[in-house]
Design a protein around this ligand. Structure first.
Ligand code: NAD
Length: 377
């Protein structure tokens, strides 16, 4: 009965979307996927979303993204959702065979996104991040070879090499010695991805990153890779093992104790809002770069913060002390001590793109969201 209803509803939406160009979003319930789905739907595209709420399996029910997928289905008339696993090649093939001709853009966001979780189930991690990406690339080649294919990669492709930069310990954060070329603007795409410790997650994402480049260079597909710093936004279903700012803000608002994983709380991350990232996606759709182009993308010098600075900011905003401890034994293997993205390559190729969120805007929005969630729970 339930299946019949879903199929009938799907056909109804399919009928309505029949004449539309489509954007296919994997990980559509997640932070970036949902932002992309809403944005491109507002641009007039029909959106085909794929997400099987695997995030709840990774991190538990509080990290579930099912709420967001449901919201998309309720609020976007030309949105069609598939509760499909991206490791299910046959199911993906059916989706591509049905919609491929009209797909103009693929935004591939579905992933096992955590460093630490990958070591628990290496096969699961690799099959989603690497093999799932290969399936999507190959199906794109077969069914919609003119589409732009955006891959949300990660700065973890650089493994722990950023930790070999000459770090300088300041009172509330680490910095890079000003004499180093990466100190002023951050780490650019010339950093090696080789011969360093990545974590299993870093390796599965690197494999995918290289494959996405290769489908661009070898087959000429319009592939683009964004190597993200920390991505944040109100739709982040924060979990201890992924989405550090969202999780910190949730813990602070709910007055739950928070554990900082090592480095004296002085580790630095750059943060970009999901809306600003999606504007970058829109820019490459409008004018695709050479196939297989790679861009580092994050908050850059514009928006970065250390754990201690984030805690300071929150204490001031909330007006009470946050209950936190720093556990040096929990410092994560291969974790970055200082990472700031140099986004100048993207800015030079797309000069009209710019940030609309500061770090304060992002934190403020996350606090509002966490307070709203607390009052309804
Ligand atoms: N959030 C960050 O800080 C960050 C930083 C760098 C790179 N990235 C990358 O950006 C992308 C998007 O990140 P996000 O923060 O939106 O992640 P997210 O976890 O919020 O969203 C990913 C979505 O993919 C879904 N998913 C996972 N495995 C799936 C599978 N096998 N089949 C179908 N759906 C599946 C999840 O249920 C989830 O809703 C990911 O590829 C991630 O690696 C994220």
């Amino acid at each position: 009965m339930r299946l019949t209803y879903t199929v009938a509803w799907g056909s109804f939406i399919f009928f309505r979307m029949k004449s539309k160009e489509l954007v296919l979003v994997t990980g559509a319930g997640g932070l970036i996927g949902s932002e992309a789905a809403v944005f491109f739907h507002a641009q007039g595209y029909g959106v085909v979303g794929i997400d099987n709420d695997k995030r709840a399996y990774f991190f538990g029910p509080t990290a579930s993204t099912a709420w967001k997928a449901t919201e998309l289905q309720k609020t976007l008339p030309n949105y069609l959702h598939f509760n499909t696993d991206i490791t299910d090649k046959a199911a993906l093939q059916t989706i591509f065979a049905t919609y491929g001709e009209r797909i103009r853009l693929i935004v591939h966001c579905a992933a096992q996104p955590s460093h630490d979780w990958a070591a628990r189930e290496p096969y699961t991690d690799f099959s989603i991040n690497a093999t799932g990406t290969l399936y999507l690339l190959e199906l794109t080649r077969q069914f919609c070879s003119k589409a732009v294919f955006i891959f949300t990669s990660t700065n973890k492709v650089y493994g722990d090499l950023p930790n070999s930069l000459p770090l300088v310990e300041k009172e509330r954060r680490f910095e890079v010695d000003p004499s180093h070329p990466f100190a002023a603007e951050g780490i650019n795409e010339t950093m090696s991805i080789d011969q360093c410790t990545h974590s299993l997650f870093g390796v599965s994402k690197t494999a995918a990153d290289l494959m996405v480049q290769e489908y661009g260079r070898y087959f000429g597909l319009r592939t683009v890779i964004f190597r993200g710093g920390c991505l944040t936004g109100p739709a982040h279903s924060g979990a201890e093992l992924h989405g550090f700012l969202a999780y910190l803000v949730q813990s602070a608002v709910q007055r739950r104790p928070y554990t900082v994983f090592g480095y004296k709380g002085k580790q630095v991350r750059d943060n970009i809002h999901s809306a600003d990232l999606v504007m970058a996606f829109a820019a490459v759709l409008e004018s695709p770069p050479p196939p297989g182009s790679v861009y580092n993308m994050g908050g850059s010098r514009h928006a970065n913060i250390s754990m201690l600075e984030a805690i300071d900011w929150l204490q001031e905003r909330l007006g009470y002390a946050i209950n936190f401890t720093i556990d040096e034994d929990k410092a994560r293997k291969g974790d970055h001590i200082w990472y700031i993205s140099d986004v100048r390559k993207f800015q030079s190729d797309y000069p009209s793109w710019n940030y609309s969120y500061t770090i304060g805007d992002m934190l403020g929005e996350m606090v509002e969201t966490a307070i709203a969630k607390k009052s309804i729970s």
